[in-house]
Design a protein around this ligand. Structure first.
Ligand code: GDD
Length: 327
């Protein structure tokens, strides 16, 4: 029997890679998408445009329980990947209420609908985040490290993580959370620092932009390659037992390191172009995140293959080649 999967956030970086992975594995793939996205496919579907004929799109709003309930009831999926969220940490400082309510309620609605429909076979994945560790209590961070979120986004993810565990423990649902550290790719949104740097480096090289404006360049993150992380999500749902897993590379680099390598690839020195801007600093910063992915490695043999240098190179070359074609 063909397996069915629903992905929320299918138009995003992770959703698009996950859709490809599941299509290649023979799944019937369904995506829940806002009506505005359906009305504006050129703008919103660029990451999934090559697979649109293989994806079943459903118009739905994550803020609306009945809309989610109806779609889940219609599909009765084997696997449910809940990736949709307001995922830009910076924005969550300006837009506290909608980040908190939509991130928490959407997770609650999905879990509750699966429970109310008594879909015993449905396995649920929640996209947790290393932002939950925030002001870290230990380094590296593993599944037992206490959470100390430093943003409304982080708080919303801790609540989603707790909801997922609660439904697992209270109702025996197969509900797992991946605690994913930063993961990037050529499909990363332009508001995140890695894409901002790779794109700016390419623009500057081609004479289309003068400077690179950044905030805290000493922040350190554990950056991996996104397609490998969606495979980790899938692996979690293949196990008999639901559980929570830290997913990362185990190595941390600073924003400065990223900029240095990115500009070097195009034979430039980032220091010549860098402008530090106060408004790009966050009111409370997460200074350093570094994962201890030994649990997922031991359980599934999962580990990252694309190195930090290679990741930066892929992103920079992709932006440079695409821009060069356009000018
Ligand atoms: N976005 C951005 N823009 N970040 C900047 C800038 C800038 O101009 N200058 C410095 N930074 C620093 C931020 O302060 C932060 O410390 C770091 O760069 C990374 O920022 P982002 O790329 O925006 O990612 P993030 O770490 O806040 O969050 C991402 O990773 C999480 C997992 O840890 C997002 O993908 C989240 O959705 C995800 O959960």
């Amino acid at each position: 029997m063909t397996k069915k999967a629903i992905i929320t956030g299918i138009t995003g970086q992770d959703g698009s890679f996950l859709a490809e992975l599941l299509i290649n594995k023979g799944y019937e793939v369904h995506g829940i998408v806002r009506r505005v996205a359906i009305e504006d496919p050129n703008q919103r579907y660029w990451r999934i445009k090559n697979n649109l004929n293989k994806i079943n799109i459903h118009a739905g709003t994550m803020e609306n329980y009945s809309s989610i309930f109806k779609i889940i009831n219609k599909i009765k999926p084997d696997e449910f990947y809940h990736l949709a969220a307001q995922s830009f940490v910076s924005d969550s400082f300006n837009d506290e209420y909608s980040t908190l309510s939509s991130n928490i309620n959407s997770t609650h609605y999905c879990l509750s609908a699966i429970k109310e429909l008594d879909l015993k076979k449905t396995k649920f994945y929640f996209a947790g985040s290393s932002e939950m560790f925030g002001k870290v209590h230990e380094s590296p961070q593993n599944e037992s490290t206490p959470f100390h979120p430093r943003s409304i986004y982080g708080i919303s993810k801790v609540a989603g993580f707790d909801l997922t565990r609660y439904y697992r423990e209270a109702y025996g649902m197969h509900a797992s959370s991946g605690i994913l550290f930063n993961h990037e790719s050529e499909r990363r949104g332009y508001e995140f620092v890695t894409r901002k740097i790779s794109y700016s480096a390419a623009m500057i090289k081609l004479g289309l932009q003068k400077n690179l404006e950044l905030g805290n360049i000493d922040a350190k993150r554990d950056w991996g390659y996104a397609p490998e992380y969606v495979n980790a999500m899938w692996l979690m749902l293949q196990d008999k037992k639901a559980d929570d897993y830290v997913v990362g590379t185990g190595k941390a680099y600073s924003v400065r390191d990223f900029a240095n390598i990115a500009f070097k690839i195009l034979n430039m020195d980032y220091k010549k172009y860098l402008k530090i801007k106060k408004h790009l600093y966050r009111p409370s910063e997460v200074e350093t995140l570094i994962s201890d992915p030994s649990k997922i490695k031991k359980k599934f043999g999962w580990k990252t293959k694309v190195s930090f240098d290679k990741l930066v190179e892929r992103m920079v070359i992709n932006d440079y080649d695409a821009l060069k074609k356009r000018v």
